[in-house]
Write a protein that binds this ligand. Sequence first.
Ligand code: FMN
Length: 351
Amino acid sequence: MWSRNKLTERLKLEFPIFQAPMAKFTTPELAAAVSNAGGLGALGMWGLSAEDVITRIEGFREQSSGSLNVNYPLWKAPGDLTGVGLPMRECVQKLYDEKKLGPIPTPSASPGKLDPEHLEVLIEVKPEVISFHFGLPDQKIVDELKAAGIYILCSATTVSEAKFLEASGVDCVIAQGIEAGGHRGTFSDVDISMQSGLFSLLPQVVDAVNLPVIAAGGISDGRTMAAALMLGASGVLVGTAFLRCGEAKVPDAHRLALSNAQEASTILTNLISGVHARFIKNRLIEELQKPGVKPLPFPAQYSLTLPLGETGDKEFTDLLSGQSVALTREMSAADLVHTLAEETGKCLNSF
Ligand SMILES: Cc1cc2nc3c(=O)[nH]c(=O)nc-3n(C[C@H](O)[C@H](O)[C@H](O)COP(=O)(O)O)c2cc1C
């Protein structure tokens, strides 16, 4: 049976379908609906406190007894920002003036971390899976989580990152192709222009590591999911397609942009947050693409750009999205899991 393998057995899943953890967009309702439908639901914990982590996990547990993936993107806070990025600040101020938002805020940024308080919570609450983005925490933390029986995933955008993750004891690698929506999970110094699409990256990662590999980037229907399985993936991580589900917390402007997007609507840029991520291109990005105007260090750039999106104008909102957005469909999360499974089965059985 195509839908069962060691990974699905280990995580008690009916289908090898992993809903991508997408920060604030992923609600307990969404994760629970996916897990109840036989996939793996996920909650993004982007920069959240340990208390918020507990609340979100409890919200999931109230609605599902299935497995859960809890996600930590990790980053260091940038140093002193005094006087940094003045041309960018001037450029953003013009947009604030246009939207009558007053003076831009003083740029700020806190770290994305898994500190001892988080660790205590995680060991106690024990989500079945913890996934990392932008690399791993200290080895001691990885070892403690594993010793507690938690299954560890982490994104890799190159073969050497995947090999590093294997050597660090990760249980399963997510191969994130360049098509993917959201931030690149890159944690090495590989240049963005040299990163691979999933069709190239996935089989090379599968060959390089002795671990199950999950494919991420552009998976939106049965054809793309079947192709990933044919290339050696043990599962697929689906982000943008789940943004179209009612259970995801997506502002109206962002939903509208997703439903109107085409094959060439997205762009990889560091101008919104400070590191590269894929967005639907809009006026905000065009206005910031000026010679000599560089973003502030991640994630301080977000402290300047995100308030513009709070106006509700889609031309000024951060419209995270993958390249296959035009292949995605509006439906409930349970329907999406079942549709993907049915279409994939048909594709694989037609050989
Ligand atoms: C809106 C959005 C937010 C995301 N936020 C996160 C995140 O917080 N943590 C993470 O590990 N990955 C995040 N990602 C990346 C996904 O994990 C995944 O790599 C990507 O969605 C797969 O490509 P697709 O969007 O084409 O399906 C995000 C993706 C999107 C679209």
